[in-house]
Design a protein around this ligand. Structure first.
Ligand SMILES: Nc1ncnc2c1ncn2[C@@H]1O[C@H](COP(=O)(O)OP(=O)(O)OP(=O)(O)O)[C@@H](O)[C@H]1O
Length: 313
């Protein structure tokens, strides 16, 4: 495997380590033998279809539900074990659906959560500021938009200044600008050394942003690593768009004729060439030999969505 992930016996500097984790609800194997390593300070993505087991995995990592089998360690402490209570204080969680009380203001909401978590009340205003809700601190949650509610949920996860954050579909309901702002906050947190695990169904959104990720299907991790490592492991073909004048289309075909390309298709203003990664540089060299007739060249790598369907289908 081209992955740089540690093997299941080499947890290295991982702060979250799962080994052989299962959660069975009768005949339903929600999580079915998961090994996972999340390294200190990384932004780690957990992706999968609905019902793949991501939220169940989160709940077990947080100690909210017990595993049927296997072991999870956070910062060295076994989840559910004697030392875990202290570690749990350094863990923040944004659940998929945060329960908010419409009659409370944003600030009162955070104060309520701070008391529940025994986090300092002094954290509330900075958390609201961090998520861009300081201006709405005194407005009742019933007046909040969907995006504002989502940000308030994120703010509660930041109470107590967690060193580890679990974010379950945190960008649901956010508009593109808010999504950008949200990831800017994650980058800041990352620069402060916070380790984050995030789930999302919007693969295009996370593919450029996570350090590594795991693909879950039917309770199992099918693959894990960087997006690039997964691309290489899947060995999906890539596409070139070769922009040339239409009278030069045949010149492109003959320049590539000796190479094992998968497809060459003439489109409106370019020639689309599909090839395996191992032929990529040979294609570029052959095109460079066309005496400047190539006006522009773009390469489309397989997207995370292509990789995801490759592993999960
Ligand atoms: N308390 C429960 N009792 C019985 N089955 C459950 C329970 N919780 C989860 N499941 C089942 O476990 C499987 C995994 O669910 P889970 O919520 O972990 O998936 P998910 O990957 O988070 O999905 P989504 O992307 O839709 O949030 C599903 O088949 C679900 O129906």
């Amino acid at each position: 495997m081209a992955d740089t992930s540690p093997t299941p016996t080499d947890s290295g500097d991982a702060v979250i380590v799962a080994r052989g984790v299962r959660k069975h609800y009768g005949a339903i194997h929600a999580v079915d033998g998961v090994d996972l390593d999340v390294r200190s300070g990384e932004l780690f993505g957990l992706i999968g279809h609905n019902g793949a087991g991501k939220s169940t995995m989160f709940k077990m990592m947080l100690g909210l539900i017990p595993a049927t089998a296997g072991e999870i360690r956070i910062d060295g402490a076994v989840v559910g074990g004697g030392n875990f209570r202290a570690v749990r204080r350094s863990v923040g969680y944004l659940p998929e659906n945060v329960v908010l009380y419409d009659n409370l203001t944003g600030l009162e909401t955070l104060q309520f959560f701070a008391r529940l978590k025994a986090a300092p009340l002094a954290d509330c205003t900075p958390a609201l500021e961090r998520v861009g809700l300081a201006h709405a601190a005194k407005r009742r949650v019933r007046e909040y938009s969907k995006g504002m509610r989502q940000r308030l949920g994120f703010a509660q996860a930041l109470l107590g200044k967690p060193r580890i954050l679990f974010l379950d579909e945190p960008t649901t309901g956010l508009d593109p600008e808010a999504i950008r702002g949200f990831y800017a906050i994650l980058r800041q947190l990352k620069s402060e050394g916070v380790t984050m695990v995030i789930t999302s169904h919007i693969l295009a959104e996370i593919q450029e942003r996570v350090d590594r990720l795991a693909i879950m299907t039917a309770g199992k991790v099918q693959a894990s690593g960087t997006v690039q490592a997964l691309r290489e492991e899947m060995d999906l073909p890539l596409w070139f768009s070769v922009h040339v004048a239409s009278e030069d289309f045949d010149a492109v075909r003959s320049a590539l004729g000796h190479l094992p390309v998968i497809a060459i298709e003439a489109r409106d203003d370019h020639v689309a060439v599909q090839c395996r990664r191992e032929s990529k540089m040979a294609v570029i060299e052959a095109l460079a030999g066309l005496d400047g007739r190539v006006r522009d060249l773009t390469v489309r790598e397989p997207s995370l969505e292509d990789v995801f369907f490759g592993f999960s289908d």
